[in-house]
Structure formats: C-alpha cells, structure tokens
Design a binder for this molecule. Structure first.
Ligand code: NAD
Length: 167
C-alpha cells in the first residue's frame, strides 16, 4: 500500500462535520490518534458555530469555514471528506493536487466523468497519494466475524387468538 506507513502520525483534516463525521470518522480518527498513528489537525464546514463546536469537542486545534483552503494551508496530509457527494470531486482533486491523501465518504461523486477526474489527479504508481472511498459491507463474512453474537430473543408464546366457549 502506501509509503505513509511510517512513524510519523498522519495529519488529518475533517471536511464536513455533520452526521457521519461525528458518528464514525471522529471516533475512528481518535482511535488512530490514541495509537499515535494520526493527528486531527483541522475541521472545515460552512458555518462557524457548528465547526467550532465540533473542533472544540474533539480537541482539534483549527476550525475553519474556508472551503477553498488547501491541505497545505490546513497543514494536513490527509483530507477526510464527509461532505455531500456533489462536492466530492472538487475537494478530492484539490487534496490530491496538493499532495494529500483523500478519504472520501460514499458515494464518491455523481458521475463517471467526475470519477475520471479524481483518478487523473492521483499520482501514478502505488506510493500515492490517492483517494479512497468509504465502502462498507455490513453483511459480509468479515463484518459477521467481528460482530458480537446477537442475543437471541426469549421464546415467547406466539400471539394467537384464543377460542372461548360461548356456552
Ligand atoms: N458510509 C455510510 O454509511 C454513510 C452514512 C451516512 C452518510 N454517508 C455519506 O457521508 C456524506 C455526508 O453525509 P452526512 O449524513 O454526514 O451529511 P450531513 O448533512 O449530516 O453533514 C454534511 C456536512 O457537510 C457540510 N458541508 C456541506 N458542503 C460543504 C462544503 N462544500 N465544504 C465543507 N463542508 C460542507 C454541511 O454543512 C454538513 O455539516 C455523504 O456523502 C453521505 O452519503 C455515508
């Protein structure tokens, strides 16, 4: 995979601080941060109050509404895109062009032409940076193996009509 597997923590910027950023990406990034593998350096969104609250709650040093900020300006080497799909193409291309990795929520972008643009912005070869798209398969064998066994519901009497005598 990437040559980034090093002792240096990956500096991640979270762009889009709504539902999926809060529920999934932030906890995941924190896990990596706790392991010394990542550092969350910036959060970006359209409104200052929510992005400030997101950053403050997560101890992220930089909150911004500058949607044109490049990864260089954000001092990040990975951009975690939790934004609506219509902006994924431009944001991913911006990240890649600046030499940063893209970790983009699904769906990647509205059209194949957009996807071509993302691929074109990737550097050739395996070293990266390149863009990865979130794709989870909740019902695959891997997820099943990781999931704790489901508690079986207690057997109960099946709901059914009771015949009563009218004599
Ligand atoms: N993997 C999954 O299971 C899963 C689940 C939910 C959502 N998603 C995907 O995650 C993405 C975000 O969904 P969500 O549910 O978090 O939406 P959301 O509306 O809760 O959050 C999106 C955030 O992006 C911000 N935003 C909008 N345009 C922006 C821009 N140009 N730059 C920066 N921030 C911008 C919004 O203000 C908002 O805070 C979508 O692509 C969605 O399909 C994936």
């Amino acid at each position: 995979m990437s040559s980034h597997r090093s002792t240096t923590p990956l500096r991640a910027a979270v762009v889009g601080t709504g539902g999926i950023a809060r529920s999934s990406h932030l906890p995941a990034l924190r896990t990596f941060a706790d392991a010394g593998e990542a550092e969350i350096v910036a959060a970006v969104d359209v409104d200052m109050d929510p992005v400030r609250a997101f950053a403050a709650g997560a101890g992220i040093p930089h909150a911004s509404t500058d949607l044109d900020a490049t990864p260089v300006e954000l001092r990040s080497d990975c951009v975690v895109l939790c934004t609506p799909p219509v902006v994924h193409r431009d944001q991913t291309v911006t990240a890649l062009t600046a030499g940063a990795w893209g970790w983009c929520e699904k769906p990647p972008c509205p059209s194949l032409a957009d996807f071509d643009a993302i691929e074109t912005a990737e550097k050739p070869g395996d070293a990266g940076p390149y863009a990865s798209i979130v794709f989870q398969h909740r019902f695959g064998a891997g997820a099943t193996a990781r999931r704790p066994p489901r508690r079986r519901p207690r057997p109960t009497s099946p709901p059914c009509a009771t015949r009563t005598s009218d004599t």
